[in-house]
Write a protein that binds this ligand. Structure first.
Ligand code: F0G
Length: 345
């Protein structure tokens, strides 16, 4: 990505052009869901296909490159899981130490394993993500470590490239871009990316942004922080987003909206994406579809509109979120004739 967009990212001649192959994710047509929802087109920006399985890699590569340039030895972040997986991977590959602070017992199993297997120091605090973020901010203020949360401006800069890719693929912006909102860095980044495309004359019309929070963790929808955020979508279990202002600005400037979806709606959307379109995204990502479903029903999205869903992370990261919802495998004998009878072939 640093090689692809060198003049659109905050790089200097001394910034190492590192990569793990991030970016360049597909925009997948979702015709069944588009028909069900009455949309002109529905497209899935599948960010789960980044090297560590989430969109975080786009910003992490820029933040890590600049950290290396500044001679930092240690990356530090708070995380609901994906940022820590990404920081751990880039640290491992490029010779840095990663220290990640997570809320104990609240991280999806795949994400925790990713950080551990890459050799990060994983610290689990009693407390939620918001507290973990306060802790690492203080640590970074007092010690010489590179903070790689989205408070780090290079993270947002890297993440805006996803908007460039959508415009390249469509030759225009969609009518609506729907994405989950947690710490609110990504919605801020997409809006910046689309605005930059407009400034370069690549698009005339900008998309309306549809941000989706989980009902039990919806501070922006409610207009005040949530002390004890709760949701099955652990990636966006955040009560006091760092980029709150960026999100409301993106919402208002784009004539967009930020809505809440219940856990039931999120899990149903996750199943629907997988069973209709074959794309397995994690619960937080599926919130983007739950939000579109609501917006279609309320009339905020009109029939025939062109919608892009940002599927921020891969479903394999969080098998526990879906396991209980699924029927177990059917036990059978190793007998083809019996299996054929069972299947009524
Ligand atoms: N989707 C996924 C899969 C995420 O991991 C996150 C955030 C979001 C959406 C929300 O993005 O914070 O920019 O609004 N995950 C962070 C983490 C908080 O620590 O991995 P946001």
């Amino acid at each position: 990505m640093l090689l692809r967009y060198p003049d659109r990212l905050p790089l200097t001649p001394r910034t190492p052009r590192i990569t793990l192959g991030e970016g360049g994710t597909p925009l997948i047509e979702a015709p069944s869901l588009a028909a069900e929802l009455g949309l002109g087109r529905l497209l899935l920006k599948f960010e789960g296909l980044n090297p560590t399985g989430s969109f975080k890699d786009r910003g992490m590569v820029v933040a890590v490159a600049r950290a290396i340039e500044a001679d930092s030895q240690v990356l530090v972040c708070a995380s609901t899981g994906n940022t820590s997986a990404s920081a751990a991977a880039y640290a491992a590959r490029f010779g840095l130490r990663a220290v990640v602070v997570v809320p104990a017992g609240m991280i999806a199993s795949g994400k925790l394993l990713q950080a551990q297997v890459c050799g990060a120091t994983v610290l689990a605090i009693r407390g939620n993500f918001d507290r973990a973020l306060q802790v690492v901010r203080e640590l970074a203020a007092r010690h010489s470590v590179a903070l790689v949360n989205s408070l780090n401006p290079y993270r947002i800069e890297g993440q805006k490239t996803a908007a460039f890719e959508i415009v390249e693929a469509l030759g225009a912006a969609p009518d609506v871009l729907s994405l989950p909102v947690g710490n609110a860095g990504n919605i801020t980044a997409y809006w910046r990316g689309f605005r930059e495309e407009q400034a370069r004359g690549r698009v005339s019309a900008l998309p309306r942004l549809l941000g989706v929070q989980a009902q039990g963790a919806a501070p922006i929808v409610r207009g005040r922080p949530v002390a004890r955020p709760r949701t099955v979508a652990s990636a966006i279990r955040i009560g006091n987003p760092a980029s709150w202002e960026g999100a409301t600005l993106a919402r208002d400037e784009s004539r967009g909206t930020i809505v809440a979806a219940t856990d039931e709606e999120i899990l149903a959307a996750q199943r629907r994406l997988a069973s209709r379109e074959g794309v397995f995204a994690e619960p937080a990502s599926a919130a983007a579809l739950a939000g579109v479903d609501r917006a279609v029903r309320s009339g905020w999205i009109a029939p025939g509109e062109r919608v892009v869903l940002v599927l921020t992370g891969h479903g394999l990261k969080d098998p526990d979120a879906v396991r209980d919802e699924l029927p177990p495998p059917i036990p059978v004998d190793d007998d083809p004739a019996g299996i054929a009878r069972l299947l009524e072939l």
